[in-house]
Write a protein that binds this ligand. Sequence first.
Ligand code: C5P
Length: 241
Amino acid sequence: MSQLIVALDVPHAQDAEHLIDTLYDLDLIYKIGLESLFGYGERILRYCQERDVRFFIDAKLHDIPRTVGAAIARLVRPGLHIVNVHALGGITMMREAVEAAGERAGELGMTPPHVFAVTILTSHAAEDLNELGLTGGPGENATRLAALARDAGCSGVVCSAHEVRDLKNFFGEDFLTLTPGIRPAGAAHGDQKRVTTPSLAVEAGSDYLVVGRPIVEAEDPFAAARAILDEMETARRKVGA
Ligand code: C5P
């Protein structure tokens, strides 16, 4: 069943906490990205734990396997639902991340978080990849890296909702997809180029929809989030998911 993740992309801890309070009655997961993590990481993680809400640490880790494993072990705590790494860190690094997440979760007596892999950043075009020595376009590189992520035991990949169907056909329905770039009909696109509506993302089979500005910058964030959840529910019924 598709779930909604709200990106807490705000500069101050108080604003992030206020958003969690405002949206508290809705069934949501909160995304803590690099801005929040480096700006006020421990504070917001503690707040999520205190309020007993689930969160996704969008850490995009990429380092030698031991370092990534050690970092993941430090991030695992009650409420951590998803954490991610860069697939370009390689299969050994991804395996280490999955193992460290499982081990630490076992020590804490909690369900291990999903480890997702970022394949190719959406800011990278074919020329950027070729400059880095990667031949081929973003699509084929992303598929190759998704296969490595699956072999490493990752739960799934971050991708565009437009890619969900192909990835599921290729790797199976259990390979999860997490899709940013979601805009309700009529919402401003901001810097997102290839957007999808919540209904289309659900119909495509996306497991997690990430939405930031359409909720965070809305005049009424609660109403905005609820409208998206309603749209997702209607789409779910339509596809019988
Ligand atoms: O405000 P908006 O809905 O565009 O926020 C989307 C969130 O998802 C942001 O936190 C952004 O960093 C993240 N993201 C993205 N595109 C990717 C990977 C992550 O927009 N390819």
